[in-house]
Design a protein around this ligand. Structure first.
Ligand SMILES: Cc1cc2nc3c(=O)[nH]c(=O)nc-3n(C[C@H](O)[C@H](O)[C@H](O)COP(=O)(O)O)c2cc1C
Ligand code: SF4
Length: 410
């Protein structure tokens, strides 16, 4: 029976253990994927990255998600992101050991930014996405255009996901999160505004979903039968012409039939509607200030119209998510403005199996513990969004406190 709102009236204890496809988690609090900014030059900074995640594990979350793990060098948005290669597996093992030491489980987000990249490796070439198009991020770094991936390139790319997933398990991760939202490569394939292909990978949803589904099957091959695959997918892209809820519901059903073990229901498209993802005040001015090079400041100044403030409310994806909930039986994970214990309880009462927290945990990495002890019922995060710009300074942290480590010199 699909997850129905009516059937979920029994109270779920957020602090009790539960199993995600056989992976036991000590509670229903999951640290969301928030790019850490602790990979200078693309290499994980061991102490910085481990210290960052250790804070959440020590602070009581059940599952901690590392972000983001590019599946090939060209899948990086910029140079300071890691690529899941063999030569960093020891560094990642150091991080997963740190997470496990404190009783939490570890997950890693597998991602590719597609045609939206300012990775220096693309200089003189074109970033690759589903279709030819403009690459706003790469405008002043020598890659202002993206080109359509050729049919002959897709199997290799799906295999990059498979190999990366295999390496993640080898590095000690207990689960993987496949990024299919926020305007990254697989989200670009799903979005009718960006995917203009005329072959079997473009057009109706069935075709736009073809490559993302090939990828998830490849990831299953990589992780094996027992490791959970969590998919982060958009409910809406949040701009006219983008993916809408009818297609998302249909896509969720396809994922249910194709190896997904849980869905994180999000929205927004980084290059076109970034604030739909976060809500609240724009952080573009902070982002401009954080850039060291004039040219990067200019890139973000030009992106400002796509980053206009949007009103914030708690559980801002809840209403849309209910439409997916009514259609699938998969465990669903609530994300987006889970700022108070009341919101955690409400999300679980509505039928979600767990909650993912981004900003609330960046502000207070020990929030799950504080909720459990009763010493807090609200996160204390003001949703100012300034932490997002910190990834381009010394690593993601809350500007109101020092709860997370700053990046040490590499
Ligand atoms: C600093 C920061 C970095 C983020 N990086 C990522 C990322 O790498 N991958 C991703 O899927 N989402 C990323 N997000 C979005 C969060 O995972 C989440 O979807 C969003 O913040 C809404 O959840 P919240 O209200 O709990 O913060 C990031 C968010 C923040 C604040
Ligand atoms: S900087 Fe701190 S208070 Fe502001 S949104 Fe980020 S975590 Fe919340």
């Amino acid at each position: 029976m699909p997850n129905s709102i009516e059937s979920a009236s029994n109270t779920v204890d957020p602090f009790a253990p539960w199993a995600l496809k056989g992976l036991w988690l000590r509670n229903r609090f999951i640290k969301a994927a928030t790019f850490e900014g602790h990979c200078p030059g693309g290499r994980p900074h061991r102490e910085g990255l481990a210290g960052f995640h250790e804070a959440f594990a020590k602070g009581g979350v059940g599952l901690c998600t590392l972000a983001y793990g590019a599946v090939e060098p060209g899948g990086r948005t910029f140079d300071d992101q890691m690529c899941l290669k063999d030569d960093i597996l020891d560094d990642l093992r150091y991080v997963t050991d740190a997470i496990h030491r404190h009783g939490a489980k570890a997950s890693i987000q597998l991602a590719h930014c597609g045609g939206s990249s300012k990775w220096s490796g693309w200089i003189g070439q074109r970033a690759r996405g589903p279709s030819n198009g403009f690459n706003g991020l790469g405008m002043f770094v020598g890659t202002p255009l993206a080109r359509a991936l050729g049919l002959n390139e897709l199997p290799k790319l799906a295999d990059d996901y498979r190999v990366s997933a295999e390496r993640a398990v080898a590095a000690g991760f207990d689960a993987v999160e496949l990024h299919m939202g926020h305007g990254y490569l697989l989200s670009q394939f799903l979005s009718p505004a960006v995917n203009k292909r005329r072959d079997e990978f473009g057009g109706p949803l069935e075709n736009r979903a073809r490559f993302p589904l090939q990828v998830i099957r490849a990831v299953r091959e990589g992780v094996g039968g027992s490791v959970p695959i969590v998919v982060k997918m958009n409910l809406r892209d949040g701009f006219r012409g983008g993916l809408e809820i009818e297609d998302s519901v249909a896509f969720a059903k396809l994922l249910e039939a194709n190896e997904a073990d849980a869905l994180v229901l999000t929205g927004g498209f980084t290059s076109k509607s970034a604030m739909y993802l976060f809500r609240g005040p724009t952080f573009v001015h902070e982002l401009i200030k954080a850039q060291r090079r004039k040219i990067d400041k200019l890139v973000y100044r030009m992106a400002a119209p796509t980053m206009k403030s949007l009103p914030f409310e708690e559980l801002y994806f809840l209403d849309l998510a209910k439409q997916v909930m009514a259609a699938v039986d998969l465990p669903l994970i609530c994300i987006g403005g889970v700022q108070s214990l009341a919101s955690v309880r409400r999300a679980l009462a509505e039928g979600f199996q767990a909650v993912q927290l981004g900003r609330a945990l960046i502000h207070d990495p020990a929030l799950a513990q504080h909720y459990a002890e009763g010493s807090k019922t609200e996160s204390g995060c003001t949703v100012c969004n300034r932490c997002v710009a910190e990834m381009d300074r010394d690593g993601v942290r809350c500007v109101l406190n020092d709860a997370l480590p700053a990046r040490s010199p590499s």
